[in-house]
Design a protein. Structure first.
Length: 117
C-alpha cells in the first residue's frame, strides 16, 4: 500500500512541477510580449513627434536621461536602446502582418536581426 501512495505522490509531484514550469513559461512570454509592445509604442511616439513636430535627435538623448532618472533601477532606457526602439518601429511598421508577429520574439532577437549583433 505504501508503494501505491508513493507512486501516486510521485505522479502528483511530476504533474505539479510540469504545471509550474508551464506557468513560468507563459508568464515569461507575456512579459516579453508586453515589453516588445512597449518598445514598439516608444519607437512610434518618437517617430511621430519627429515627423509631425520636427523634433531632432536631441529628443532621444533627453528622453533617455529623463527615463533613467525616473526609473533608476530599470535598465533598457539608454540612448542607444531608445534609438533601437525607434529603428525597430521604422523597420516593421509598414508591414501589416509583421508587427503582431514581432511581439512573439524577444527583444534581443529583434536587435540581433536588425543590427546583426
Amino acid at each position: 500500500m505504501s508503494n501505491q501512495i508513493s507512486d501516486d505522490y510521485r505522479h502528483l509531484l511530476m504533474e505539479v512541477q510540469q504545471r509550474i514550469r508551464a506557468a513560468q513559461y507563459d508568464a515569461l512570454k507575456a512579459v516579453n510580449r508586453e515589453m516588445i509592445n512597449l518598445y514598439w509604442d516608444i519607437g512610434k511616439m518618437i517617430v511621430t513627434r519627429q515627423q509631425n513636430v520636427n523634433w531632432g535627435k536631441s529628443v532621444v538623448e533627453q528622453l533617455a536621461k529623463d527615463l533613467q532618472a525616473e526609473f533608476p533601477g530599470i535598465s533598457g532606457f539608454s540612448t542607444r536602446n531608445i534609438w533601437r526602439m525607434r529603428d525597430f518601429y521604422l523597420t516593421y511598421h509598414s508591414q501589416e502582418i509583421l508587427p503582431p508577429m514581432v511581439a512573439e520574439f524577444g527583444w534581443t532577437h529583434n536587435i540581433v536581426k536588425y543590427y546583426g549583433l
